[in-house]
Design a binder for this molecule. Structure first.
Ligand SMILES: [Fe+2]
Length: 298
């Protein structure tokens, strides 16, 4: 008969799980149990506190819908999404552009737009041009690479946060030309607060964090035989660029809008220039920490 106590319980659980047929599942759950048990021991977790934790996780699940993914938001505010991105980057065969978070507002099947087209249905502020090249790691342009974009409007809202996401807006997909060049028109997005009306927002407020993300544009870039790139570009003059609530900002992903860019393809608009580099395809799978919310709700 096993005599279980606060230390022997861990090995007893690990022993029961050790017959798991899938070796990767076995490894992940073994580590998860060891760390969870150590966490509970370290803080001397009480029954009442763990019940609060279970209530919190239940509320996170209930807050998730086909247009809102509260668990991705939780992963983001805990820095876990950024950590997993960094681990994924370390596995790359070649170093391309740095990755950043997919976030909870990506949607499948964004509309195709022609090169130079606008991704904004009804702009209320002057448009800006976003342009550059998609290249391999040697600087050769990748013809026909697809550049998928999603962002907030000038008020800091995604389409999913307006009219229940009925209209796709402020998102689109452009295809690079034969030299790997892309350009499109958009508005400068406003930085925004993560949703504070759910359990994750309440946690962030209890931690006295401001909850803001700096102004940014999301990108998902793909081309055959190249590693899919999930990243975002951040406007360097935003007040929250040094304190992003979800830890997505890297120095290499900072951009600015210029009125005097001599190379812009649309001279009468302010321009933001950025070249993306894609590494060779390897077998580590997607770098998407997240998904279209509709794909994550059973
Ligand atoms: Fe975002």
């Amino acid at each position: 008969m096993q005599d279980l106590n606060e230390t022997t319980i861990t090995d007893a659980v690990r022993a029961q799980m050790s017959r798991t047929a899938d070796p990767r599942l076995c490894q992940i759950m073994d580590a998860a149990v060891r760390h969870l048990h150590n966490f509970a021991r370290e803080v001397t977790l009480t029954p009442a506190e763990w019940l609060e934790g279970i209530k919190f996780l239940t509320a996170v699940g209930h807050a998730s819908t086909p247009i809102r993914q509260e668990f991705i938001l939780l992963s983001d505010v805990l820095g876990l999404s950024a950590l997993i991105n960094a681990l994924h980057d370390n596995e790359a065969a070649e170093l391309g552009t740095q990755t950043s978070l997919l976030g909870p507002f990506f949607r499948e099947a964004a509309p195709e737009i022609s090169l130079g087209g606008s991704i904004i249905a009804n702009p209320c502020v002057p448009l800006v041009t976003m342009y550059g090249r998609v290249t391999d790691t040697t600087g050769r342009g990748i013809p026909g690479a697809t550049v998928e974009i999603w962002q907030t409007d000038e008020h800091g809202l995604y389409d999913l946060q307006k009219d229940g996401g009925a209209q796709m807006d402020m998102r689109g997909r452009v295809r690079c030309d034969a030299a790997g060049n892309y350009h499109f028109r958009t508005v400068r997005p406003l930085g925004y607060s993560i949703p504070l009306d759910g359990p994750v927002g309440k946690l962030v407020q209890a931690q006295e964090r401001h909850g803001f993300r700096p102004s940014h544009i999301h990108f998902l870039i793909a081309a055959p035989n190249h590693r899919e790139l999930v990243t975002a570009l951040y406007f360097g003059d935003d007040a929250h660029v040094e304190s992003d609530t979800v830890f997505g900002v890297s120095a290499s992903l900072i951009v600015c809008a210029r009125d005097d860019d001599p190379n812009t393809p649309i001279p009468d608009l302010a321009a933001v220039q950025y070249d993306f580099r894609l590494g060779r395809e390897a077998s580590q799978g997607t770098g998407r920490v997240g998904a279209d919310p509709a794909a994550t709700v059973a």
